[in-house]
Ligand binder design. Sequence first.
Ligand SMILES: [Zn+2]
Length: 118
Amino acid sequence: MSERPYGANADTEEWAKKRGLRWSPRAHCLHWLAKGRCTMPVCTYSDGNRDYLDHVCGYLGKDGRLLISQPYSVSTFRQLADDCDEFGLKAVITGTGWYGHGTVCVYLRLRDDPMEDE
Ligand SMILES: [Zn+2]
């Protein structure tokens, strides 16, 4: 068994493999997505007033970085939209989170990177 984020299963690995994505254990926030790393000692952009960020993991691929969040619900759409503007991101939300029953999936990428059908 290879390394994978907490909550991931064999289906997740198959999904990532098909897309040429490699899990990045250091990925946990929008800074990693936007700049490749986070320089805050304790990142304040990874939780708190952003309920759209929960059970976050990141993947590296030939088309750039992909941050996946799997919250049970999302109520902070205004914050999500503002964060997308601030960091130059786009987001796709689906109802197919694999973290646990009832989670949704929020895919975040840089605006200039291609966003396939996830
Ligand atoms: Zn950060």
